[in-house]
Design a protein around this ligand. Structure first.
Ligand code: UT7
Length: 386
């Protein structure tokens, strides 16, 4: 029987603190007008000191699990996509999330494909489900980009924000869920968007810190050009794989980097902007979290309903790009939950019942009792005294 990977729960976590364009204008030479007209961003959320990608990711995951009707103990795989992991190399942020959730049975690993990470992670989770390796997976995109942004660089600091989004994927035989994916990379353009130091190529040193090499560096114009081409191409490719056209799709949920990039992609695809979900005005670019965050809002607003065909599409450092085609599902009908391990009380009761049944059996095997013995009563039998 073919298996499908349905999206059965979704959740988000957004830090409380809001940083507006006017706030930024107090920090670097910029203006609300420039940021709004060049990017579509009005404000973004910034994590407080005790929030990390892992804590935000775990919050979003709990939300998504509640909707799917699963407990953390049911989860078999956790995949975290992040561009700003809690630790630079290891452990994976997914392992920290696994512990925070108490997802004792789950495997956990990170996917690093920058802002396309959520699309890559969804594709990997889908493959694991479709091949029968796992029955469900949590896919999380989570970021604290505010910690890796250079707050003195107006070219980048106005763009990014912090947030997390999570999907629960579950196996089912009914067709639907993630139907196709298209994943790409052009590593020859890797230098367009990178965080140069702190890796094994340029380990942290006084010099790398002094040169501000632990912050995001970007060639904005070149990334912009790459993005418009890559997004339109990925949407077309994933639809072709499924034998569909843009006409068949209810919504496109793109990575929320810049409103003008999405407008350019819409033009190339000859699709009206009304069919694109936009929310970068309130969150900025939240990298791997931006697609699940936009999907969450579309679903909450009922722009996205069960049965709808939707394309999720992204691009990012690498330069990576990709899209997935999804038949949106929502929570599956609840199945009876598997019985949990019996506790001590229940074990003692079962043992007592077994002993009683054996005793009763022996009684039945015995020759009929002599007429003088008192007949047993149903009450006596019911109380285990028979
Ligand atoms: O997830 C992927 C991450 N990255 C992206 O998606 C970024 C893609 N690129 C972009 O979104 C756009 O290229 C930006 C929003 C980054 C920049 O917009 P642009 O229209 O490409 O501007 P530009 O880089 O061509 O700069 C135009 C001018 C420059 O001044 P000069 O050289 O013309 O005098 C910049 O110095 O705007 C200046 N500028 C700013 N001015 C006010 C750049 N940043 C700012 C700013 N405020 N924050």
């Amino acid at each position: 029987m073919p298996r499908f990977a349905h999206i059965t729960g979704w959740g988000i976590a957004v830090p409380e603190k809001v940083l507006t364009n006017n706030d930024l204008a107090q920090m670097v030479e910029t203006s609300d007008e420039w940021i709004r007209t060049r990017t579509g961003i009005r404000e973004r959320h910034i994590a407080d000191e005790e929030e990390y990608p892992s804590t935000l990711g775990a919050r979003a995951a709990r939300d998504a699990l509640r909707m799917a009707g699963l407990s953390p103990r049911d989860v078999e795989m956790i995949i975290v996509a992040t561009s700003s992991p809690d630790y630079p190399f290891f452990p994976a942020t997914a392992c920290l999330v696994q512990d925070m959730l108490g997802a004792k049975r789950a495997g956990a690993f990170d996917v690093m494909a920058a802002c396309t990470g959520f699309i890559y992670a969804l594709s990997v989770a889908t493959a694991l489900i479709r091949t029968g390796t796992v029955n469900n997976a949590l896919v999380i995109g989570t970021e604290n980009l505010s910690r890796i942004v250079d707050w003195q660089d107006r070219n980048t600091c106005v763009l990014f924000g912090d947030a997390a989004g999570a999907f629960v994927l579950q196996a089912a035989e009914e067709p639907g869920g993630v139907l196709a994916s298209a994943l790409h990379c052009d590593g020859s353009a890797a230098d367009l968007l990178l965080l140069p130091a702190g890796g094994s190529r340029q380990p942290a040193s006084e010099e790398t810190v002094r040169k501000r090499m632990h912050y995001i560096q970007m060639n904005g114009r070149a990334v912009f050009r790459f993005a418009t081409r890559a997004m339109a191409h990925a949407v077309q490719e994933v639809l072709e794989k499924a034998g569909l056209t843009t006409e068949d799709v209810t919504l496109i949920i793109p990575h929320q980097a810049n409103r003008r990039i999405i407008e350019a992609a819409a033009k190339q695809l000859r699709m009206p902007m009304e069919r694109f979900v936009l929310n970068m005005d309130r969150y900025g670019n939240t990298s791997t979290a931006s697609i699940p965050l936009a999907a969450y809002e579309a679903a909450q607003q009922r722009r996205l309903r069960p049965g709808d065909l939707v394309v999720l599409v992204g691009f990012g450092a690498g330069m990576t790009s990709g899209a997935v085609l999804v038949r949106w599902t929502g929570p599956l009908p609840r199945r009876p939950r598997p019985r949990r391990e019996p506790g001590l009380g229940q074990r003692l009761r079962s043992r007592w019942q077994a002993l009683r049944q054996r005793f009763q059996g022996k009684q039945e095997e015995k020759p009929p009792a002599p007429q003088t013995e008192r007949p047993s009563t149903p009450e006596a039998e019911g109380s285990g005294q028979g």
